[in-house]
Design a protein around this ligand. Structure first.
Ligand SMILES: *Cc1c(COP(=O)(O)O)cnc(C)c1O
Length: 393
């Protein structure tokens, strides 16, 4: 780091450094008493996994909350995604997906012997660009796996119409999209199936966990078999399944979270509003624009940093923020197309995805993050940017 900037950062940190580390997210947990209360039925029956009463209750409640016809719970989102691909009979061939995602999306393809074929993204949503989709299609294409990145809905209509033309299933990685609605409908009702994650970093959590929503009962039934070793009944094991089950301990945590979902969402919206208002118009900082017909879940707050205009690169800003005890995340860097076991970048030009991977930074956003703390983050960003421009780094 430039010595002048370092001196300025240290000076500013005297006023603005957070006493405790601030991470990009932190789960809001119920009290331990509440959690113990929720566990009681499982303890009483000595039933702690295998579709116990808490699992059944959570599945039913989430199905209503998320307004989907069928919902399977899983031990985590990655296994959920793996199982839905298996349940759809996707065993070899290519799957078109986005490089701008968490590694789980493409690693799951790898585990299923499916070859990811990357499609570039739209700079204004960070989602797979349907304009680039058709040219990536070949006779080997078996499915499309788009991601609702940061909870922003993909261009669902365009993707569906291409999928329909070529008779391909669309599986959405909706890991970020819990509770998002598009055109008055749950986002999870679009496509052939959607996977949502309940990992500790996601807006609804069971510590580890996930679910797949789908419209077809036979797909639901196949997933049911596959997540329980392929056991159909005591006497028959009918497919080579795996263990994808959610436990009662996870389900209990989920049940305690149901009551606070809407107040947590309002709290996140408030933080997002502070960031949007204070950072709007800042040179070199681009925010995601709210989209029409979308009810957001305010899961993430990504900013895009243009080095020339802001004064600092995304990477340097990330380092500077750490000196204030603020740990932002470079979602999604590195680009999934550059992972050594994937390395497909050589064949594909992905300019928008590469630019996003180098410029996007997610700011801390979670329901018990205090509004005053969000304001301080804005103070730091604005002052650092202004100083960097002044000394023209
Ligand atoms: C979190 C996440 C996953 C994986 O979910 P887990 O529940 O952690 O296995 C998959 N895809 C994306 C885009 C994610 O962010």
């Amino acid at each position: 780091m430039n010595a002048k900037l370092q001196r300025y950062v240290l000076e500013l940190a005297e006023t603005f450094r957070f006493p405790e580390p601030v991470f990009v997210t932190r789960p809001s947990l119920p009290s331990l008493e509440e959690y113990m209360q929720a566990l009681k039925p499982a303890w009483a029956q000595r039933w702690i996994s295998n579709s116990g009463c808490l699992h059944q209750q959570l599945e039913t409640e989430l199905k209503h909350l998320l307004e989907v016809p069928f919902l399977n719970l899983f031990c985590n989102g990655s296994i959920a995604l793996l199982i839905v691909l298996k349940a759809l009979g996707l065993e070899k061939g290519n799957v078109i997906t986005t490089p701008f995602t968490f590694p789980a999306t493409v690693n799951v393809l790898h585990w299923c012997n499916l070859q990811p074929v990357f499609c570039d993204i739209q700079p204004h949503t960070y989602n797979l660009n349907p304009e680039c989709l058709e040219e990536r299609l070949t006779p080997e294409t078996r499915a499309i796996l788009p991601v609702h990145v940061f909870g922003t809905p993909c261009d669902i209509e365009r993707i569906q119409s291409i999928a329909d033309t070529y008779g391909l299933p669309v599986i959405y990685d909706a890991a970020h999209a819990f509770g998002v609605r598009f055109r008055g409908r749950s986002i999870l009702t679009y496509g052939t199936a959607s996977m949502v994650s309940f990992h500790a970093t996601k807006v609804f959590t069971t510590a580890e966990g996930g679910a797949v929503a789908c419209a077809q009962e036979d797909l639901y039934n196949r997933m049911q078999l596959l997540k329980n070793f392929g056991i159909a009944n005591e006497d028959s094991v009918v497919v080579p399944g795996i263990n994808g089950k959610m436990s009662e301990l996870q389900a209990a945590l989920g049940l305690t979270m149901l009551g606070v979902i809407s107040s947590q969402k309002r709290a996140r919206e408030h933080i997002a509003h502070i960031y949007s208002t204070r950072l709007a118009g800042e040179p070199g900082i681009t925010l995601l624009k709210p989209m029409p017909n979308v009810e957001s879940n305010f899961a993430y707050f990504p900013i895009r940093v243009n080095q020339e205009q802001f004064g600092l690169s995304r990477d340097l800003l990330y380092e500077v923020m750490k000196q204030f005890n603020v740990y932002c995340r470079k979602y999604f860097y590195p680009l999934c197309a550059t992972l050594p076991w994937i390395n497909e970048l050589k064949q594909t030009s992905l300019p928008e995805a590469e630019a996003a991977a180098n410029q996007v930074l997610c700011l801390p956003l979670y329901s018990d993050f205090a509004p005053e703390q969000a304001s301080i983050i804005c103070d730091i960003l604005l002052q650092i940017g202004a100083y960097a421009r002044r000394i023209s780094l």
